[in-house]
Write a protein that binds this ligand. Structure first.
Ligand SMILES: [Zn+2]
Length: 381
């Protein structure tokens, strides 16, 4: 018989028993070997640059399949309540420290992307026909916007340059200018088209969303800083998704890990399906973007991202963390290959590196090292 906590018999409480059944097998896009290559490169740069964190994502920009995701420092999944050294020292309570250790910044944290976001601005300007690769510009080292003098990273200026050279130089005044040509309203329309106002829909928990200016709060200064990736915040995965659409012919894909599940008894396979939205970018603009981003790596600020025997496209970024002038940076490099038909897109983020902090100098070589291993491996799959 079944009784309640006082021992009184419960009437009509026939025992029911549900026999356990084996769960389905889950098949993921994560690739053990690719993950090992990425892990190795990330651990090396974390140590050499004495960085606070290093994150790397590798995915297929054609369909959103994630091949590898690393976020260091890590913890032991078998001992989730044991704080690792990296999270011990901070003056927080135990719960906050554990939450810091458990969180996956690639998915749960937004950041100011800096110059990798210029890809988004370029996409909008090309798509709106507000600029062509041959248009000429002049960078004196700054641009006056209303009452503010906003500097280029090259303070002595880039001088005369075409738009293509402006992208290769990662010249801020060029992007402020084309951002102004597009205008705030249309710029936000492209943010929408490129999925920057929504979560990516990745099949992992705790995904954050972007933090953007409201249209009525965007003056000339805000528009200028947005154009080179400041004063807005997005997650690394939102950036990956938007750039994927930019370079894959305009399809907005859903980043994901789960491919299919298999019933171990019936052997029945169910494939997972993910949302895909075509037409985020035209094929022509996508082609132009691939071309100009290949030039960034071939002869611009992304030179250290080159891999012998492969056509690589990409963009560097060095963003100063808030509050400004704290001397804390996030250095990053976003790269893809082969440049003419991208099969892999990677993002390396080095949070608070010590010493040299330029993305082109410290993050691009990490991506190159990963690509050197991963590209031949994928070719042979
Ligand atoms: Zn410049």
């Amino acid at each position: 018989t079944l009784t309640d906590y006082q021992g009184i018999e419960i009437e009509n409480a026939a025992e029911t028993r549900v026999e356990p059944v084996n769960g389905n097998d889950l098949y993921l896009s994560a690739d053990y070997n690719v993950q090992c290559y990425v892990q190795q490169a990330a651990e090396k740069v974390l140590k050499v640059k004495k960085a606070k964190r290093v994150s790397v994502i590798l995915m297929n920009p054609q369909n959103g399949e994630i091949y590898a995701l690393v976020s260091l420092p890590e913890y032991d999944l078998n001992e989730p309540f044991v704080l690792t050294k990296a999270y011990e020292a901070e003056g927080k309570n135990q719960n906050d420290k554990l939450n810091d250790m458990w969180r996956n910044p690639v998915i749960s944290d937004s950041y100011e992307p800096g110059s990798t976001f210029k890809i988004i601005t370029a996409t909008a300007a090309l798509e709106e026909r507000k600029v062509t690769l041959q248009d000429s510009f002049f960078c004196p080292g700054f641009k006056i916007v209303e009452d503010r003098k906003i500097r280029c990273h090259k303070t002595q200026g880039h001088g005369s340059e075409t738009f293509k050279q402006g992208v290769m130089n990662s010249c801020n005044p060029v992007f402020m200018e084309i951002g102004a040509r597009v205008g705030a309203k249309d710029m936000l329309r492209y943010y929408h088209k490129l999925g920057l106002y929504e979560r990516t829909g990745v099949d992992l928990p705790g995904e954050a969303n972007s933090i953007m200016h409201k249209l009525d709060k965007i003056g000339a200064v805000e528009l200028a800083t947005m154009s080179f990736g400041q004063s807005i915040q997005i997650t690394p995965l939102q950036l990956m998704r938007a750039v994927s659409a930019g370079i894959n012919g305009g399809r907005l894909v859903t980043p994901h890990f789960a491919l299919e599940k298999k019933n171990p008894v019936t052997k029945e396979i169910t494939e997972y399906e993910y949302k895909e939205k075509a037409g985020a970018v035209s094929k022509e603009t996508s082609q132009t973007l691939r071309e100009v981003l290949e030039a960034v790596v071939a002869e611009g600020t992304g030179k250290n991202g080159q891999v012998e025997g492969y056509r690589v496209g990409g963009k560097t970024a060095t963003s100063e963390k808030l509050p400004r002038r704290s001397g804390k940076y996030i250095s990053s490099f976003l790269g893809f290959a082969p440049a003419n038909h991208p099969q892999i897109l990677g993002l390396v983020l080095i949070d608070e590196p010590q010493g040299t902090y330029y993305g082109g100098v410290i993050a691009a070589p990490v991506m190159a090292e990963i690509f050197q291993n991963v590209l031949p491996y994928l070719d042979n799959l």
